[in-house]
Design a protein around this ligand. Structure first.
Ligand code: PLA
Length: 448
């Protein structure tokens, strides 16, 4: 295999190495799993009888476990999915309205889309992330292709890099969303980490970040969370972003932005795109994976876009021609429904405004959950400094609870969360905050 990790030294890199070996062995095992007997054919009942059971996904598996729990007080704070104060999933009313309009339009058909998806959707998505007045868009230096939500956009971008970019190493923050190392490794890139989070301050390890990116080989790809870093909820300040930009440009490091939470961090779409816009404003190149799962609540519709900002319009159009060659054998062309909803909302100024109001309400409710949880722990006198709950940004709080404490909270309180101590604040409500605070208090005082 060509993407073996080399010269890894940090514990994070060693963990990645273990993941890589796991992915490599899993595929070898499944290839050699069948024992063939020349006289009687295949042994056992099934040709797959030797397939090894894979573990559940560390994030989506939390929901699987939650669904099996009969307790009436159970609480799922695992996956990042917005819930209302009543604990129910939310379909935005502007989304319902757009769907109704699409349904009423008898001229709409179900033909295949072009390989790159809906042209309007792509243009509007670029405008949303880069800004309406972006020179890169005006100069036709951006190519945008519709992909299967954030994950699919990351994967298409990664496959393109593995084929066409001279540097095959991507640096990802430590820690990061659990799917990142898998997406990039399976696309054929070699994954390394840069320091990001400091558990002692529960904030950014900015010095470590600068040192690690400063010593990355020139041209390396760097994955950056555009805002609302998952799982830590810790973002660089604008000044820090500017320093990161200068360092990366001076070393020709290629930014690959993951924008899965635009509007969810601050409640403002433009503000949450500022990091990306700084990198585009300098005229340099970058990749951006956009997801509408969270900010439009379109999780299961799988709507997203990959944009590549290039130096010239000619390069951008050649890049697009190659992106089509990545997409065609992967999923041929993307689905119509979700992207039509997004395009309908983005192109109508009234609907767009309605969306921003609903989005702000979601972001505000999450912020108020932070305040309520913080207050509840203070009232209980829970040992420790919990101010990071109100300082962190976006959907998640990285609590600092260890895996034993998490296990205890699941066992004793039926609270489900990822074992790294991340909780989805969007899954909480005023009614469930006391239960969570009781559980954290008990975990901290009894399991430290
Ligand atoms: N990038 C980041 C940083 C994410 O957190 C997620 C989703 C995605 C991309 C991909 O989302 P999409 O493909 O659905 O657009 N992370 C979730 C869900 C919300 C998940 O793990 O799939 C999470 O709970 O971390």
């Amino acid at each position: 295999m060509r993407h073996e990790f080399t010269s890894s030294s940090s514990p994070a890199d060693r963990r990645l190495n273990a993941l890589f070996r796991h992915l490599a062995t899993a595929s070898t095992e499944s290839r050699t799993a069948v024992a063939f007997c020349p006289t009687s054919g295949f042994h056992g009942d099934s040709v797959f009888s030797l397939v090894v059971r894979a573990p559940e996904d560390p994030i989506l598996g939390v929901t699987v476990a939650y669904n099996k729990d009969p307790s009436p007080v159970k609480l799922n704070l695992g996956v990042g999915a917005y819930r209302t104060e009543e604990g129910k999933p939310l379909v935005l009313s502007v989304v319902r309205k757009a769907e109704q309009m699409l349904l009423n339009d008898r001229s709409r058909v179900k033909e295949y889309l072009p390989i790159v998806g809906i042209s309007d959707f792509n243009k509007l998505s670029a405008k949303l992330i880069f800004g309406a007045d972006s020179p890169a868009i005006r100069e036709n230096r951006v190519t945008t292709v519709q992909c299967l939500s954030g994950t699919g956009s990351l994967r298409v971008g990664a496959e393109f890099m593995a084929r066409h970019y001279h540097q095959k190493t991507i640096y990802i923050p430590q820690p990061t969303w659990g799917n990142h190392p898998k997406i990039f490794t399976l696309a054929g890139l070699s994954v390394k980490t840069y320091r990001y989070y400091d558990p002692t301050t529960r904030g950014l390890n900015f010095q470590g970040l600068l040192e690690d990116l400063g010593s990355a080989p020139s041209g390396s790809i760097v994955l950056l969370h555009a805002c609302a870093h998952n799982p830590t909820g810790v973002d660089p300040t604008l000044q820090q972003w500017e320093q990161i930009r200068q360092l990366m440009r001076s070393k020709a490091l290629l930014p690959f932005f993951d924008s899965a939470y635009q509007g969810f961090a601050s409640g403002n779409l433009d503000q949450d795109a500022q990091s990306i816009r700084m990198f585009v404003a300098d005229g340099g190149e970058c990749f951006v994976a956009q997801s509408y799962a969270k900010n439009m609540g379109l999780y299961g519709e799988r709507v997203g876009a990959l944009s590549v900002v290039c130096k010239t319009a000619d390069v951008a159009s050649r890049v697009e021609s190659q992106l089509k060659l990545v997409i065609r054998p992967m999923f041929s062309n993307p689905p119509i429904h979700g992207a039509s909803i997004v395009a309908t909302i983005l192109k109508d100024s009234n609907m767009f405004n309605e969306w921003t109001i609903e989005l702000k309400a979601m972001a505000d409710r999450i912020i108020s959950m932070r305040e309520q949880l913080f207050d509840a722990l203070r009232t209980r006198g829970t040992p420790g400094d919990w101010s990071h709950i109100i300082k962190q940004i976006g959907m998640f709080t990285f609590t600092g609870l260890n895996s034993k404490q998490v296990e205890f909270m699941t066992r004793e309180y039926h609270i489900y969360m990822t074992s790294d101590g991340r909780i989805s604040m969007a899954g909480l409500s005023s009614k469930t905050v006391p239960h969570l605070a009781d559980a954290i208090h008990a975990a901290v005082t009894r399991m430290s």
